[in-house]
Design a binder for this molecule. Structure first.
Ligand SMILES: CC/C=C\C/C=C\CCCC/C=C/C(=O)SCCNC(=O)CCNC(=O)[C@H](O)C(C)(C)COP(=O)(O)OP(=O)(O)OC[C@H]1O[C@@H](n2cnc3c(N)ncnc32)[C@H](O)[C@@H]1OP(=O)(O)O
Length: 296
């Protein structure tokens, strides 16, 4: 069975985001709040507010594995088709790690067909998020490197917890790889060309204070206020008529999206040929071993 079909089948019966199939939240959430589960993503929808909170729960580090990318994509698709939802807040179910970025084990020791499938899934999630008609907010309640940072950059605003351990940035060069053009464009659209060039070449991971200063996040707040702040900022975005906000968002992002749409196949081929190089495989394996050694 194809992965998408397998993951769809895996989603728990209560995970439909429409009508009576969603249970009421056991606790938390406003009146009528609904809760849906998939294996790696928890959705708490509050139809009265028009907002769903999408929580990553892919232990140990919320890495973006092929299955996580697919489940997240399916959850977002369901929310986009749910007329009661106008805004989504992305966050980690447990504070500490928003997302460790792309799952390195998907890019190490596999075959070219797997690399192509994985990269296609990364592209698809980015396209879904970056073009979303929803207002999107990131409640960044943990460290946020590389692909995790990219996820947050697809949102319309970012709220980061004030904890010096929670760094954020596109640190790919530190691993010996590099951020593809559409990662770069997403960052340029947020913090500008010069700041992006410096951040990408040096593979910078910014502390909350630095991230705020460079404009990578919009607000830094105490850790226990990240989600509530993200929800309160969401109400400002939802106060704007949807069609006006959506047309403006499309206008701002279309050129960036079109670049990837135009070069999608070439981008996959570039990724596969780059990641398959012996030298790059070696570099990634050493990096992974270093991460693993810490624990053994
Ligand atoms: C078209 C383009 C052409 C060419 C482009 C070229 C290349 C492609 C670009 C690809 C873009 C890449 C984007 C990415 O996202 S790469 C991933 C970058 N991520 C990181 O650098 C973060 C790495 N992780 C950490 O720093 C720490 O784990 C973290 C998040 C700070 C948490 O620390 P801690 O709580 O101490 O947890 P551990 O480090 O002990 O980790 C626990 C466990 O998880 C494993 N792990 C961590 N991160 C990853 C990961 N990203 N993928 C897979 N696995 C990960 C870690 O190894 C530990 O495993 P163990 O077996 O020891 O339990």
């Amino acid at each position: 069975m194809a992965l998408v079909a397998r993951v769809r089948a895996l989603l728990l019966p209560g995970s439909r985001l429409r009508g009576a199939t969603l249970g009421r939240a056991a606790n938390g959430g406003g009146a009528g709040a609904r809760r849906a589960l998939s294996h790696r993503v928890l959705v708490e929808a509050d139809p009265a507010a028009g907002v769903a909170v999408v929580k990553f729960r892919n232990p140990p580090v919320n890495s973006l594995s092929l299955e996580m990318l697919t489940e997240l994509g399916i959850c977002l698709e369901k929310l986009e088709n749910d007329k009661t939802v106008r805004g989504i807040v992305l966050t980690a179910d447990r504070p500490g790690i928003f997302s460790a970025g792309l799952d390195l084990t998907e890019m190490c020791g596999r075959n070219p067909a797997h690399y192509a499938e994985f990269w296609k899934a990364v592209q698809e999630l980015w396209l879904r998020l970056y073009q979303s008609n929803m207002a999107l907010g990131a409640a960044i309640n943990g460290t946020c490197p590389a692909g995790g940072c990219l996820l947050s950059l697809t949102c319309d605003y970012r709220i980061l917890a004030d904890n010096p351990k929670y760094t954020i940035g596109l640190n790919e060069t530190q691993l010996g790889i590099f951020a593809p053009f559409w990662f770069k464009d997403t960052m340029v659209n947020t913090i500008g060309h010069r700041a992006t060039e410096r951040a990408l070449q040096l593979g910078l991971l910014f502390t909350p204070a630095e991230a705020l200063q460079v404009g990578l996040v919009d607000q830094v707040v105490p850790e226990d206020q990240v989600q509530s702040t993200a929800l309160s900022v969401m109400s400002q975005w939802l106060a704007i008529p949807d069609h006006a906000r959506q047309l403006t968002k499309t206008m701002m992002r279309k050129a960036t999206v079109d670049q990837l749409l135009k070069h999608r196949e070439a981008d996959i081929q570039n990724f596969v040929s780059f990641i398959s190089r012996d030298s790059i495989q070696k570099v990634l394996q050493v990096y992974l071993q270093k991460l693993r050694k810490k624990n053994h």
